[in-house]
Design a protein around this ligand. Structure first.
Ligand SMILES: [Zn+2]
Ligand SMILES: [Zn+2]
Length: 287
């Protein structure tokens, strides 16, 4: 029963919870919706309702308030200035996973901004700090949002330029930013993630080195305790053929194998360590 409820939660089959609110974070029925809009008590995503004030006319996009056509570059520049400004403000609270602005025109979605942080606590911190503040002379309306999968929330047809519901589509139509701006804003995280990864790899290499020493040392110690001289890998290899004759051949053969196994283990660990060093060397050069 509980499993069944979990599988239909927020879908069309769910008679209790609103699928639009759950998936897209906004529903055209708002408070009058017959199904529940259950606000999460914590989420990595925040919704800043109706925050972006578009430069062009919200009735006929692309035209100004007098109905005259506008330069699309001017519209894009206005949007990107907003995007960058907001990104810088929001990134004070934590690492931003994604920042999405709706191009939809219906009241419940127009100018909606969804910011997803890497950590829920960062979203909570941003929520506390933004509540009660103003942006461009209007109060910021901010809340946790249930949306975490933007692929599911976005209109595929819009991305392919084929959505015929236009600005009144109930799925997100997300405004795009230029590749340069994306690199400028999100690139900082890539550099940080890379140096984090390099330090993890360096640790791993050190651990492998230590592991190799322990294994080598323990094996050598055990053999010495039995009064057996520990051979280097080279000596062990040259010792092999001599074992084909003589007394005590069987037991010497066995001891030799034990030494060889240890040597092989140590050398495979050292190979792994060198591979790790190669990877972080490569990452380091790319910085
Ligand atoms: Zn609803
Ligand atoms: Zn659409």
């Amino acid at each position: 029963m509980a499993e069944h409820l979990a599988s239909i939660f927020g879908t069309e089959k769910d008679r209790v919870n609103c699928p639009f609110y759950f998936k897209i974070g906004a529903c055209r029925h708002g408070d009058r919706c017959s199904r529940l809009h259950t606000k999460p008590s914590i989420s990595p995503t925040l919704l800043l309702s109706n925050m972006y004030q578009r430069l062009d006319n919200a009735i006929t996009p692309g035209l100004d308030s007098q109905g005259q056509p506008m330069d699309p570059r001017q519209i894009q520049e206005h949007f990107e200035n907003f995007y960058e400004d907001l990104f810088e403000e929001l990134s004070k609270y934590g690492e931003i996973e994604s920042l999405n602005v709706c191009d939809n025109l219906a009241d419940h979605m127009v100018g909606n901004v969804y910011v997803q942080f890497r950590e829920e606590e960062h979203a909570a911190n941003a929520l506390r700090n933004l509540t009660g503040r103003f942006y461009a002379g209007r109060p910021i309306i901010v809340d946790f949002s249930p949306v975490t999968d933007f692929r599911e929330a976005t209109c595929r047809q819009y991305e392919e330029n084929t959505c015929n519901r236009g600005g009144y589509c109930n799925f997100m139509h997300l405004k795009q930013i230029s590749r340069e701006l994306r690199r400028k804003l999100f690139g900082r995280y890539r550099r940080r993630q890379r140096s984090h990864r390099i330090s993890l790899l360096k640790n791993e290499a050190e651990n492998l080195e230590a592991e190799a020493q322990v294994i080598g040392g323990t094996a050598a110690g055990a053999l010495q305790e039995e009064g057996i001289e520990v051979l280097s890998e080279k000596e062990a290899l040259s010792e092999g053929p001599k074992l084909s004759s003589g007394t005590g051949k069987g037991s010497r053969q066995m001891l030799l194998e034990r030494t060889m196994i240890t040597h092989r283990m140590v050398s495979s660990i050292m190979t792994k360590k060198n591979e790790v060093i190669d990877i972080y060397g490569f990452l380091d050069r790319g910085r």
